[in-house]
Design a protein around this ligand. Structure first.
Ligand SMILES: C[S@@+](CC[C@H](N)C(=O)[O-])C[C@H]1O[C@@H](n2cnc3c(N)ncnc32)[C@H](O)[C@@H]1O
Length: 223
């Protein structure tokens, strides 16, 4: 089987421990590949998901990890590569980040989720300007006053961003710029029709789909 976006190798390690080996793995980031090798002894090949270094029909199972696909139509080349390396009768599992209903409600209250889309640029703006929280939330939602629950949510967002920002600064990157760019992807609509049409554009058929905590899973096969 193949793991695309194997990152620091957690999933590969778990699959091998569960007796699912041998597991091929690729990732586009040299830093993540080095982390997988140093921390877990897991070998990951450097490759982009849109140009996999494998033959047609090479695998019976392919996992596309979270962080590779976001459900956008522009990602058809990556889905087409998944289709190419997946043999007939094989299965692909695609993991998409997706907020839970509770996250949708709370993020909606402060305007980070608006018109069904997660506005990560707003998340970054809130994190970067804690003094401006009431002004920003009022601008986005029209709500003039923040409740205690709103403030706790915003504080939690800020704390989560802190270590990430420090790591980016240490690498000489501006955290606001980097995070705004990295978080630009929209949150996909994860209903069966939308996901079905998205994968069908690359010759795949949606077999099943399931919401997990913060992640939506789609199981596909060659159409
Ligand atoms: C959230 S991490 C996955 C973590 C991994 N499942 C694990 O078990 O450690 C997402 C990974 O996808 C990789 N990635 C994102 N886009 C990619 C692409 N187009 N091609 C290959 N890898 C990609 C990133 O470099 C990152 O390491």
């Amino acid at each position: 089987m193949l793991v695309v976006g194997a990152g620091q190798g957690l999933l590969v390690e778990a699959l091998v421990a569960a007796g699912r080996g041998p597991v091929e793995a690729v990732d586009a980031s040299p830093e993540m590949i080095e982390a997988a090798r140093a921390r877990r002894g897991v070998q990951v090949r450097l490759a982009d998901a849109a140009a996999l270094p494998y033959d047609r029909d090479a695998f019976g199972a392919v996992v596309v990890a979270t962080g590779v696909l976001s459900g956008d139509p522009s990602e058809t080349p990556i889905l087409a590569e998944l289709r190419r390396v997946l043999r007939r009768g094989g299965r692909g599992l695609i993991a998409l980040y997706h907020p839970t209903p509770w996250q949708r409600r709370t993020l909606g209250r402060v305007g980070v989720l608006a018109d069904g889309a997660l506005r990560r640029d707003r998340m970054v703006a809130l994190w970067a300007q804690p003094d401006a929280w009431p002004v920003l939330v009022a601008r986005w939602t029209g709500r003039r006053k923040l409740s205690g629950a709103d403030r706790r949510l915003l504080e939690a967002l800020s704390q989560e961003m802190g270590p990430l920002a420090a790591a980016l600064r240490a690498r000489g990157q501006d955290p606001v710029d980097t995070l705004t760019r990295a978080f630009a992807a929209p949150v996909p609509a994860c209903d069966p029709d939308t996901l079905g049409a998205w994968v069908a554009a690359a010759g795949l058929r949606l077999v099943d789909q399931q919401a997990e905590d913060e992640v939506h899973l789609a199981i596909v096969e060659p159409a």
